[in-house]
Design a protein around this ligand. Structure first.
Ligand code: F6R
Length: 608
């Protein structure tokens, strides 16, 4: 997905912009560019299809300027090419614009501008913005007014940064549906679409809200709305370490993040498990016990893996709190004119906190008067700010496109929520203590699973040779199977399909044979016998089975098996998912895939 970096201060902007763009590479992109200006005036621009390293090599030594903007592009309008790369300039080369998002009325605006004699140099929607800023600058005293004028004509989503060669003392940025964060330095300021680009330089940040613009100068910033009303912003401190943005000796971010899960889970649990009263403390929920008791239902919303972790969450809430709970893809929910109920608690799940579909679902719930909490990793993100309260994961930044540690930490956060709700309902102190002890055991047990990496890598290399794989699980194992299939397909491109084990004989059993192996998630719970019967049915059709569970099965049920330590039955799914992450990772490595940046995918999907 596209990335933005901007700098203004006393230093040469280009090296800072290039470093920032390199930090955003993980989001996925196909081209990159930078533009700088300075007191000597004029605008210098270099942009290229390809990697940030190619761009850096193309930037000449005399590319001087202390004010600049940079961009990594992920093609939407127009193919990846030098011409379509950002920044885009107006006809006179005075203004440079970088943009994340989509301008929906770009065609219409383009036709209008062309009829006025404007000549376009690219196929992008963004270039329209550069020409619009130039058009509005004719009647505007300030760059800010020209940008506001241009944005007033635009329908769509954007995070933008605008440079004016005649006003090198400022950069104007704006946000509507696509994140922009300001970074506050010593006599220098930064802006970016992601704090990843800033943490090397500053920890003091300001998140813009939708509909907000900012003028950024070397010595400070001011923020205002689209109708020119000033807004007041409080800086916040980013607590993520710069080291999180390095692979730290690992071959990929993905395996680094899988390996970080014991400490990520420790942070999610930290200070929240109350063994004395056998409950969980979650001050950020902003719900007292009476309010927590009043909800009759819980609806969980998220996209992709966040949705699957929500399914684990719904299961935990039903089991521990006995409140009916259900997860639904936020991307579907928002489009079906959902009925919002006053006695339903809505919970939005998002690692990035910027997923547009999830944000839109939260906004729809709030428009209709519903109460919505967030389970979010990124502090200060749009979804976190939009929600009425919630739980931060504290899993640390997740760089690899495929979610692993955030998925696991989300499941753990849901276990805390379920424990808390359970104890304000009818969960006994004894059961509460059992869950507290189970939660505390998780980090050590995850370490035990990670220690089996070599064996799992061997199995992955074998299973990766198949064109496809089936993943099955029942009840507690079903969301785990879904996430396992998702992980495998997205990083290895091996086709993977997940089915509830109970549904197999209602159709997909027709697919089973020697060429389609099955990964079965089989905890030692009350459904063990039923699961083994299903595995027997698969084996009878010569399907190879890899079982992930607690007890080594008779070979008549599974040829291969990965054993995980037992926790409490309600918490077991959290552990059963970890070997499936390793399986997906090593399948991708065996197939020499672009592990951290799978084709066609982006880390955070800030467009519809
Ligand atoms: C899968 C994956 C995606 C995300 C989804 C939601 O590994 O990473 O499916 O889970 O795009 O992203 P967030 O959690 O940032 O809202």
């Amino acid at each position: 997905m596209c990335g933005i970096v901007a700098y203004i201060g006393g230093k040469d902007a280009a090296p800072i912009l290039l470093e920032g763009l390199a930090r955003l590479e993980y989001r996925g992109y196909d081209s990159a560019g930078v533009a700088v200006t300075g007191k000597t005036g004029g605008l210098k621009t270099v942009k290229r299809k390809g990697r940030v390293a190619d761009l850096a090599a193309a930037v000449p030594g005399r590319f001087k300027g202390t004010t600049g903007i940079g961009h990594t592009r992920w093609a939407t309008h127009g193919e990846p090419s030098d011409a379509n790369s950002h920044p885009h300039l107006d006809g006179a080369g005075r203004f440079a614009v970088v943009h994340n998002g989509i301008i929906e009325n770009a065609e219409e605006l383009r036709a209008k501008l062309e009829s006025e004699g404007v000549v376009f140099a690219s196929d992008t929607d963004t270039e329209v913005l550069a020409h619009l800023v130039a058009a509005h600058a004719k009647d505007a005293d300030e760059l800010e007014d020209a940008v506001r004028g241009a944005l007033a004509r635009v329908v769509g989503t954007y995070g933008i940064a605008v440079l004016d060669a005649e006003r090198p003392d400022r950069i104007v940025v704006a946000r509507n549906g696509s994140p922009i964060v300001l970074g506050i330095g010593e006599k220098e300021m930064f802006a970016a679409s992601d704090v990843a680009a800033l943490v090397r330089y500053t920890r003091q940040v300001v998140h813009l809200d939708d509909g907000e613009l900012a003028t950024v100068r070397a010595d400070g910033f001011s923020t205002f709305t689209q109708d020119a009303r000033m807004t007041a912003k409080q800086p916040s401190t980013v607590d993520w370490e710069e080291a999180s943005y390095d692979t730290a000796g690992h071959a990929h971010f993905l395996i680094k993040e899988i390996s970080e899960q014991p400490s990520a889970v420790e942070r999610t649990l930290s200070g929240r498990v109350d063994e004395r009263f056998a409950t969980a403390h979650l001050g950020g929920l902003n719900l007292d016990a009476r309010e927590a008791r009043a909800f009759q239902r819980v609806k969980i919303l998220g996209c992709g893996s966040a949705y699957y972790s929500g399914e684990l969450g719904a299961q935990l809430i039903e089991e521990l709190a006995r409140i009916p709970a259900h997860a639904e893809p936020a991307s579907e929910f928002r489009y079906r004119n959902p009925v919002i109920e006053a006695d339903t608690l809505y919970i939005a799940v998002s690692q990035s906190g910027e997923t547009y579909d999830t944000l839109a679902a939260v906004q729809e719930i709030k428009r209709k008067g519903g109460r919505v909490l967030g389970v979010v990793n990124t502090v200060g993100s749009a979804i976190a700010r939009e929600c009425d309260g919630g739980v931060y994961l504290h899993a640390g930044p997740e760089i690899s496109v495929a979610s692993t540690k955030a998925f696991t930490s989300t499941a753990v956060a849901f276990a805390l929520i379920a424990l808390h709700f359970g104890r304000v309902h009818d969960l006994s102190p004894a059961d509460g203590r059992r869950i507290c002890a189970g939660l505390k055991a998780l980090p050590g047990q995850i370490r035990e699973i990670l220690a089996q990496e070599e064996q799992i890598a061997r199995l992955a290399a074998q299973y990766a040779q198949n064109a496809g794989m089936m993943f099955v699980g029942r009840v507690r194992g079903w969301p785990v199977a879904r996430e396992g299939a998702q992980k495998l397909k997205e990083v290895s491109y091996v086709h993977a399909e997940a089915y509830p084990a109970s549904e197999l004989k209602h159709g997909p059993l027709a697919l089973i044979g020697p060429e389609l192996p099955t990964v079965a998630v089989v905890p030692d719970d009350e459904l063990l016998e039923k699961n083994l019967t299903t595995l027997g049915e698969i084996r009878a059709r010569h399907g190879r089975v890899l079982m992930v569970g607690h007890t080594a099965p008779d070979p008549k049920y599974a040829e291969d098996c990965i054993l995980v330590p037992r926790n409490e039955p309600e918490l077991d799914p959290i552990l059963l998912g970890i070997p499936l992450q390793l399986l997906a990772y090593h399948a991708a490595v065996a197939l020499e895939r672009d592990v951290d940046k799978p084709r066609n995918l982006a880390k955070s999907v800030t467009v519809e």
